[in-house]
Each structure stands twice: as structure tokens, then as C-alpha cells.
Design a protein around this ligand. Structure first.
Ligand code: 4AZ
Length: 253
């Protein structure tokens, strides 16, 4: 449909208070970024990344509500081809129910990864998935990765109607795991610093790095965090490289 979405009223925050803090993404800079909208209220519930042939990579926790019931395909619309959540772009519907990882654990948040299949009619650019050699150089502690989304621009704040991006420094898994009481392991990447982070609604969206020729490669999926942008609590991302076989198995990508 071409109905405008119902989103939170535009907030009063300055550009720099957004995605903690974010910069607006120019149109076409991250063309594989999608928004997942819930048809029951028309609003954003997660982000996602087009990885090819109508497959959207996202987070498993996106599809479970408070009662831990899975969202079905009829409750989901995939918005692509726009940085503006309200106007423009294409809307696609999933052709099958979301495929969530078999070992997704809502208590520990382990294996927070999922796939959505949309009909292949929308020509969407795809993100490349990181390989092992590139990955090891991209996730060395202190290097920056880029996260993007329409998520809230402060903890418990409003979502952004414009797609925002932020560069987040990689934090060693050991110290991150300590902060999160042992919940984080080598299947995850931690990134972020005081005031620079992803937040609610960014979940499922891309964490990306640049290869040797400046081409974007997908490294992680926004998963969780204690609050947003808090000192000592970086954002936690699903480490895509560790799920390469799972993705291949489900999608042939
Ligand atoms: C969320 O609630 C969420 N700071 C996502 C990412 C982060 C925190 C919360 C990371 O979806």
C-alpha cells in the first residue's frame, strides 16, 4: 500500500542526539538496508539487510513478542529502497514465515539470527557477506564498524523517520562478556562507546565494514545491549561469519 505509516511524532531532538549520535544516510549509500514494519500497527519493529535473491537477514528476537509467540509472514512488511520511513520506497511481503535460528535462546540471546524471504520482484541491491580473512582484520579491537537504522535516538526515545548511521568501535569480546555476565561469546561482536550505539528498533539491521577497495561488507546483525550508549555496555551484534554455513544452508547464498 502507499498509506503513510503511523510513526511517533517528529521529536524535538537535534540531529546529533539521534542514533546516539547518528548522521543521516544519503539516499543509495546503504541500498541493502530494509525496515521491517508490523502490519498490525504499521510501525517499525526491526531493521534488516538484503543479502541477495530476495533474502533479508535479520535478528531472531524480532519475531517473538512478550508471550514469545512467533510473528507470521502476514504481520510483516519489508520496506526497501528509501531512507525515509514514511515516504517512498517499495513494500514487499514475505512469501514464507520468518526462518529463525533453531538454537535461538531468548534467555541468553544466543544465535540471534533469522531470515525473511520476499518475492523476487523488487530489484534490490545486496550486501556482501564478510569472509574469514577480511573479518579478522575488520573486527580487531578499536577499529570502527558502521551501524545503521531507524531505531530510537535515545534510550526510550522516539524512532527516527530518517535512516541514521553511526561508527562504533569494536570492543574485545572478553571485556564485553564480563560486562554482560558471561552472556557474550565468540559468536558475537561487541561495538560501541559511551553515547555512540545502536538502540531499540535498530535490531536486525546491518553492522558493516569496508573491504580493501572501500566496498561495504556485512559483518554483524544488531542484537541487544543494556540500554543504549551506556558507558561499559557496548552494543552486542550477531557475528555473521559464524553463521555462514547456516545462511548457505537456508538460502544457497
Ligand atoms: C533493542 O532493544 C536494542 N545498544 C538493540 C540494540 C541495542 C540495545 C537495544 C544496543 O532492540
Amino acid at each position: 500500500t502507499n498509506q503513510p505509516l503511523i510513526v511517533s511524532s517528529p521529536d524535538q531532538l537535534s540531529e546529533w542526539d539521534r542514533i546516539l549520535p547518528g548522521k543521516p544516510v544519503p539516499e543509495y549509500e546503504i541500498p541493502w538496508q530494509v525496515a521491517l514494519l508490523d502490519t498490525t500497527y504499521g510501525g517499525l519493529f526491526c531493521g534488516g539487510t538484503h543479502i541477495g535473491e530476495g533474502w533479508i537477514l535479520t535478528a531472531a528476537h524480532c519475531f517473538f513478542d512478550e508471550e514469545k509467540q512467533k510473528l507470521k509472514k502476514s504481520q510483516i512488511v519489508v520496506l526497501s529502497g528509501t531512507t525515509n520511513l514514511i515516504w517512498g520506497g517499495q513494500r514487499s511481503v514475505p512469501v514464507i514465515d520468518p526462518i529463525t535460528h533453531e538454537d535461538w535462546n531468548p534467555e541468553t540471546k544466543a544465535n540471534d539470527i533469522a531470515l525473511i524471504r520476499i518475492s523476487g520482484e523488487v530489484p534490490l541491491e545486496k550486501a556482501s557477506l564478510v569472509d574469514s580473512v577480511l573479518e579478522s582484520s575488520l573486527i580487531s579491537a578499536g577499529s570502527n564498524l558502521r551501524v545503521s537504522g531507524w531505531g530510537t535516538t535515545t534510550e526510550n526515545g522516539d524512532i527516527s523517520t530518517k535512516l541514521l548511521k553511526a561508527d562504533v568501535p569494536v570492543v574485545p569480546t572478553s571485556s564485553c562478556s564480563q560486562a554482560y555476565g558471561g552472556m557474550v561469546n565468540e559468536n558475537q561482536i561487541c561495538a560501541g562507546k559511551n553515547g555512540v550505539d545502536s538502540c531499540q528498533g535498530d535490531s536486525g539491521g546491518p553492522l558493516a565494514g569496508l573491504d580493501g577497495v572501500g566496498k561495504s561488507v556485512l559483518v554483524g546483525v544488531v542484537s541487544f545491549g543494556r540500554g543504549c550508549g551506556r558507558e561499559g555496555f557496548p552494543g552486542v551484534y550477531t557475528r555473521i561469519f559464524k553463521y555462514r554455513d547456516w545462511i548457505q544452508d537456508k538460502t544457497n547464498i
